[in-house]
Design a protein around this ligand. Structure first.
Ligand code: SAH
Length: 349
C-alpha cells in the first residue's frame, strides 16, 4: 500500500467567507478580494488560479504557490430507470463517496454525503455496514455539488440540497456547518436556507446547538415510537432516547410556517402495524412537524423487508386522520442502489 503524503497547502474550498477574508488579509491584500475569490470557486467552478481574472496576475501566482483548489473527482455516474443519477466520487486520499441527484416534479434535489462511511450502526442501513472511514471536509461536502454542476454531462438544474447521503451530518458538526455557510452564502453557492435540509439520526445536543447557530430545515430519522424498538434499530437511541430527542426537537426553532420533518422507514413486522401508527401519532402530539414515510429499501443481504403497499397506505391514512401532514416518499433510484440507506461508496454493477 502506498501512503499518499497529505498536501499541506490549504484548500481554499475549506474556508468560509470570514476565513477567506482573514487569509487574504494575512497576505496583506484587501478584504474585498475574498468574495471575489469565493465567486470564482463556487459560482464559476474554477479550479485554476489563472482563471480568476478579477484579481491581479501577481496575486494569482502567489495564491497558486501557497494554496490549492481541490474537490472530489467523478469516477462514475449511473442512471436509474426513474432518471435518478448516482455519482461515485473519489476523494484526495483515495476514498470513495456517493452523491445522488433526485428528480422531482419541477426540480432536482442533490443528496450530499457528509462522511465517508458512518459510525451510527443503524441496523437497516447499508452505509453502516463498513463503519466510519472519516469525516468529510467542508470542501468535500460542498465540492460534491460544485463538481457535479461543472463536470457532469447534462447536469440538471439543482434547486434543493439534502444532507441525507452517506454519514451522520451532526457527527461531523463543524465541517457541516461550514459547508452550509458556503452553500447559502451569496458569494458561495447562493442557496436559500429554506432549500437546505440536514437529516440526523438524533444527536440531541447537536440538534440544540444547530438550532442556535444556523437556520435550515431539519429532518429527524425516527423509525420507531418506542425506545425498545428504536434502540434495536438505531443504537444511538441508547445514548439519546426518545424523550431526550423529542425534547431537543421542541427546542429547534423552525422559522415561520416551516415544520420539522420526522422520517420513518416502514419495516415489515417491526414498526409498520396500525398499532404502531397510532402510537406514533400519540408520541408526536405537540411537535410542530410533518411526517415522511419511506418503505424499507432492500439491498443485497438486507436483514429486513418492506411491508406490502396496502400496509404503507393504511399507516399513512392513520397519521393523516390524526392531522399530521404525511408524505409517503417514493423511493427513487433503488435499481441502482441510490435510494435511502443504499449508499456504500462501492458500485455494485
Ligand atoms: N445519518 C442521517 C443521514 C442519512 S439519511 C440520518 O440518519 O438521518 C438516510 C435516511 O434513509 C434516514 O432517514 C434513514 O432512516 C433512511 N434509511 C436508511 N436505510 C434505509 C433503507 N434501507 N430503506 C429506507 N430508508 C432507509
Amino acid at each position: 500500500m502506498i501512503s499518499r503524503p497529505e498536501n499541506p497547502l490549504p484548500n481554499l474550498l475549506n474556508f468560509t467567507l470570514e476565513e477567506m477574508q482573514d487569509f487574504i488579509s494575512s497576505l496583506g491584500k484587501e478584504k474585498f478580494r475574498a468574495p471575489q475569490i469565493m465567486k470564482w470557486l463556487y459560482q464559476s467552478g474554477s479550479v485554476f488560479f489563472e482563471d480568476m481574472t478579477t484579481i491581479s496576475r501577481d496575486f494569482r501566482t502567489k495564491l497558486s504557490k501557497i494554496a490549492r483548489i481541490s474537490r472530489p473527482q467523478i469516477i462514475k455516474i449511473q442512471e436509474s430507470k426513474d432518471s435518478t443519477k448516482k455519482a461515485l466520487l473519489r476523494l484526495e486520499d483515495g476514498l470513495f463517496i456517493e452523491s445522488v441527484l433526485i428528480p422531482g416534479k419541477n426540480n432536482w434535489t442533490i443528496c450530499l454525503s457528509t462522511q465517508a462511511g458512518c459510525a451510527m450502526d443503524c441496523k437497516f442501513c447499508l452505509t453502516a455496514r463498513n463503519g466510519l472511514k472519516r469525516n468529510l471536509s467542508p470542501a468535500e461536502i460542498v465540492g460534491q455539488l460544485i463538481t457535479l454542476k461543472n463536470e457532469m454531462p447534462r447536469c440538471p438544474d439543482i434547486k434543493n440540497i439534502v444532507m441525507m447521503g452517506m454519514g451522520e451530518p451532526l457527527a461531523n458538526y463543524d465541517n457541516v456547518v461550514k459547508a452550509i455557510k458556503n452553500l447559502t452564502n451569496v458569494f458561495g453557492m447562493g442557496f436559500s436556507s429554506r432549500k437546505v435540509t440536514v437529516s440526523t439520526c438524533g444527536l440531541a445536543p447537536q440538534i440544540i446547538r444547530l438550532g442556535k447557530e444556523i437556520c435550515i430545515n431539519l429532518s429527524i430519522s425516527l423509525n420507531a415510537h418506542d425506545n425498545k424498538t428504536r434502540s434495536m434499530l438505531m443504537p444511538i437511541n441508547k445514548k439519546y432516547p426518545l424523550e431526550v430527542l423529542l425534547d431537543a426537537c421542541k427546542q429547534y426553532p423552525m422559522p415561520g410556517r416551516r415544520l420539522l420533518t420526522f422520517e420513518y422507514v416502514l419495516i415489515e413486522g417491526i414498526n409498520s402495524s396500525m398499532h404502531d401508527a397510532k402510537k406514533l401519532a400519540e408520541l408526536l402530539k405537540g411537535q410542530r412537524c410533518k411526517l415522511n414515510l419511506i418503505a424499507f429499501n432492500e439491498y443485497p443481504g438486507s436483514p429486513f423487508q418492506a411491508p406490502p403497499q396496502k400496509t404503507v397506505e393504511a399507516f399513512q391514512k392513520t397519521l393523516i386522520d390524526s392531522h399530521y401532514t404525511t408524505i409517503c416518499r417514493a423511493s427513487k433510484g433503488s435499481d441502482i442502489l441510490a435510494a435511502c440507506g443504499q449508499l456504500s461508496g462501492i458500485f455494485v454493477n
